[in-house]
Design a protein around this ligand. Structure first.
Ligand code: ADP
Length: 271
């Protein structure tokens, strides 16, 4: 009996190894495909703005004397806007590498969410001039332990997406609330929403729902950075669609520490 069992065990192990080998081969193949897709995507994202900058700068160099003032300003604006886009893309890539190599060390301390929301909004003001932003952060919300720089970046990326994908004139809501031992921060918009099959995939590196969407310039990095940052701070982030109308909802879930002070305690401490 023991021999029979041993034989069966050996067979089972062999089978598991076989499956593992097939899985490894498939994974290696997938990794290879992914790598070349990433390279194509990165070179596209670097080349497009660079081509625009080179075109605009070249035209300025060769024809500046003949060009009316407003054309010169437009060309210079192309140079600055596209440089800004390149800059953002490279900053995103660096953030991504830091997350993936595990070098991301959040510098967490207790902060009042309203302050971080305020600075994210100030930074997003320029890109949100055509949207209404409705912010609700209760003043008695307990403080959260986060890295303010990373958290502001997450809020900024989410606001940037809302501005990019939701139509001009629509409203973007940002609200924070306490839910037992958690703080929930929700950003919701009135855009097209996200197809049900893509709700999880939008957080993947370089994933974009509408691949050919060159009108709304994007890199597919914003949300994976959001997830990386939030998870590094011990929270979670998820996407869903609105149920009352079309629109996307992003919910950040931060654990509330038992000793979280609230703003009133902090002011009392200062006094
Ligand atoms: P991108 O640079 O493409 O915006 P993200 O990682 O920020 O990259 O988002 C990934 C994809 O998720 C986007 O390309 C878009 O298809 C979808 N997406 C993100 N935010 C929204 C939103 N607020 N409404 C609709 N679709 C969105």
């Amino acid at each position: 009996l023991l021999d029979a069992l041993a034989d069966q065990a050996a067979l089972a192990i062999e089978r598991v190894q076989l499956v593992a080998d097939v899985d490894n081969a498939r994974l290696a193949e997938e990794a290879g495909r992914l790598r070349s897709a990433l390279l194509t995507s990165i070179s596209h994202d670097l080349k497009t703005p660079l081509a625009a900058i080179m075109g605009a700068a070249g035209t300025l160099r060769d024809y500046q004397a003949a060009l009316p003032e407003e054309d010169r300003v437009e060309l210079l604006t192309t140079v600055t806007d596209e440089s800004e886009r390149l800059n953002r893309f490279i900053a995103n890539l660096l953030d991504m590498t830091r997350i993936e190599s595990g070098a991301m060390e959040p510098n967490a301390a207790f902060h009042y969410l309203g302050d971080i929301v305020g600075s994210a909004l100030r930074r997003a003001r320029k890109i949100m001039i055509h949207h209404h932003v409705d912010v609700r952060v209760p003043s008695d919300l307990p403080m959260v332990k986060v890295d303010p720089v990373l958290f502001e970046q997450v809020l900024f990326n989410l606001l940037d997406n809302a501005a990019k994908y939701a139509p001009e004139g629509s409203t973007v809501n940002l609200q924070a609330e306490r839910d037992e031992a958690r703080i929930l921060v929700r950003i919701c918009d009135e855009g097209p929403g996200i197809p049900a099959n893509d709700l999880e995939r939008v957080f993947d590196t370089f994933y974009r729902v509408r691949k050919g969407d060159h009108v709304r310039a994007g890199t597919g990095l914003g949300l994976s950075i959001c997830r990386g940052f939030i998870e590094a701070m011990g929270g979670t982030i998820a996407a869903e669609n609105r149920t009352d109308r079309t629109g996307a909802v992003f919910t950040i879930n931060l654990p509330l520490l038992p000793n979280s002070p609230n703003l009133k305690d902090m002011t009392a401490l200062k006094d």
